[in-house]
Design a protein around this ligand. Sequence first.
Ligand SMILES: [Zn+2]
Ligand SMILES: [Zn+2]
Length: 515
Amino acid sequence: MMGVGTTIRRGRFSGEVSNIAVDSDNEESESSSSSLPPTRTITGSTGLQNGLPLLRYSFCKTIVQHQKDQKLKMGFNRYNKLVRSLIHTSRSRTTTYSCSSFYSNQWRTSATSSSPSCSDDPKTKSFSTISSSSYHLNGGPSYMRGAVFWEPNKPMTFEDFEMPRPKVNEVLIKTKACGVCHSDLHVIKGELPFSSPCVVGHEITGEVVEHGPLTDTKTIERLPLGARVVGAFIMPCGNCFFCTKGQDDLCEAFFAYNRAKGTLYDGETRLFLRGSGKPVYMYSMGGLAEYCVVPANALAILPHSLPYSESAVIGCAVFTAYGAMAHAAQVRPGDAVAVIGVGGVGSSCLQIARAFGASEIIAVDIQNDKLDKAKLLGATHVVNARTEDAVARIKEITGGMGVDTCVEALGNPKTFSQCVQSVRDGGKAVMIGLTLSGAKGEIDINHLVRRQIKVMGSYGGRARHDLPKLVKLAESGIFNLDAAVSRKCKFEEAGKAYEDLNKGSIIGRAVVEIM
Ligand SMILES: [Zn+2]
Ligand SMILES: [Zn+2]
C-alpha cells in the first residue's frame, strides 16, 4: 500500500494545472484505514511542493502537511480524487472573474467561502475551511493607502486602494520602507514619460504576506510568509531572451510592460482605487504604498541584522552602483575611479568602488556638503566642479592619465562629455544617470576612436544574481547602509521628500518609512 507521503513521485505532475495527470500505474485500491485529519489551521501558498501540484495556497499547505505526516495513510484513488477536486475548485475560483471586478469579487468570494468541496467522500469533508488561510482573511486589511502621482508637477495625493493581489510567481509585500530616488522625480516632473495615474517608488523593503496562486514551491520556500525581503527595481521575468542569459538588467518584459505600460507582465496593473476600481499604474512595484506586488525574481531575503529603512536603498541606489561597477566597468583592485554627481546613487558608487579595491576614488559634485559626505564614503579626492575644471583636476590627480573608469550619475549632457574626457586611453565612461527623454550627449569621435574610449550605459544590476550579494555586502558592513541614508521620513511626508530632492537639499538618500 502506498501512503500519501511516499507514493507520489516527483515529476508526475506538470506545472500546468490543466495538464496535471496522475500516475495510473501507481494507483491502488482504497485500503487506507486512516482518514484525513480533522480541522487544521491553513497557511502557506501555492505551487509545486514535494512534487505535488499545489493549488490555492489554502489547500496546498494542507496537502503537504498530510504528506509529511507519515502516520496518515489514504488510498491513492481517493487521494487522486481529492487532488482533482481541488484542481477543479481552484480553477473555478481563479478564472471566473473579469478584470474589472476581479479584486472585489475575489475578495468577497474568498472571504465568504467555507469548506472547499474537496470530494464527495464524506471523510474528506472533514478537510477544513480555507476561510482563515490568508493573512488578510485573518484580520488583515481589505484595502490600503498609496501615494498617487496624477500628472506632472501636481502634488501626489494619498488614496485608498483595493488590496492588491499577486498572481503566479508574484509576492504581496507589506511595504516597510521605500527610498526616494531621482528616477521617480523624473516621472513626477514629466521628464520621463510614464503611464498615469501611477504609484512611484521602486526601492523597497517589506514583509512577505501572500504568494500568488500557483507560485512554484521553490519560490515559496525561498520567500516564505513572514520573510523580510528587499526588492530590486528591475524585476526580471526570468524567461525572456535576456533573463535566460542571466542578463536580468535587460529583461524584455520589464521594459515592455513595466517601463512602457506601467503594468506587470500579464499587461495588467495590480493597483485599483478603492470604490471606483480605477486602475493605477506601477513604476516598478509601486512602492509608495502600504502593500505592493513584486515578481518573486526581484526579491532577496533581508537578514534580521539589517534594518528595513536603511536597507531599502539596496534595491536601487546600491543595485545601480553595483551594476555599473561590476558589470559595466568591471572595476579591479588598484583602479582609479571617478564619480560625477554624488547623490544617492553616485555616493553608493563610491562605496562599491572602495569595496572593489579602487585606489583612487574621485568624487565630483557642485555641492560641498555632498563632497564632505563623499569623503566618509570612500572618496580619496573630491572636486567641486563649480570652482574647478573637473576634467583637468581628474587628470592632475591621476598623473595626467585620467581614470580607468568614470561614472556619470547625473544624467546631464555637459557631465556626459566630462565623463568621456576624464577617462584614460582605453578607459571606460559609464553612464548611469537618466535624464530628459530624448537628450543627446556629444563625443569627440576621433578621441573616442584613437584612444579606444569605451562609452557604455548601465541600468541597474542583475536581480537574481546580484541582490543577495548586495545584502551580504551590507550585512558584513562592507557597504555602510547607515552612511548611505541621510534622512528618514514618514509616509505622509513623501511628497515633501521629492520636493527636497528636486531642490538638491537631500545629501545622500531619503527613505520613506511606511511600516
Ligand atoms: Zn532609483
Ligand atoms: Zn526577462
